[in-house]
Design a protein around this ligand. Structure first.
Ligand SMILES: [Zn+2]
Length: 119
């Protein structure tokens, strides 16, 4: 079980690892879990250092991709969080959103393909 990272890091770390947000936690592999944990530790350390949440890898930053920076009150460069209906920086698919347990999910259907067990 993991708790307390917040909805932004939740959405973004699942994107960074290509994991369907509907995948039950018990179905994560040990390797996926270890990779998520290591990534969260690194991302959150950077978040504290810069006082904002940035989850985009250097090669996907606006200046690297020649795209405009994100405009959002919450700041930071992200892949999917609050980007519903925008296009994925990686594959161009339309970012999706849906409610789950009083939180909003955000994911890319191209980079995070649905699992067989999706409801
Ligand atoms: Zn994508």
């Amino acid at each position: 079980m993991i708790a307390g990272v917040g909805n932004v890091y939740r959405a973004e770390v699942l994107f960074r690892h290509g994991i369907d947000p509907y995948l039950p936690g018990r179905d994560l592999t040990r390797a996926q879990w270890d990779a998520i944990w290591a990534d969260l530790v690194s991302l959150m350390r950077e978040g504290v250092r810069h006082n904002r949440i940035d989850t985009v890898r250097p090669e996907h930053l606006p200046e690297a991709m020649g795209r405009p920076p994100r405009v959002d009150d919450h700041g930071g460069e992200v892949y999917v969080y609050r980007r519903a209906a925008d296009h994925c920086h990686i594959c161009g698919s339309e970012i999706r959103t849906a409610g789950l347990a009083a939180r909003n999910l955000f994911w890319c259907p191209g980079c995070q393909p649905p699992t067989a067990r999706r409801p």
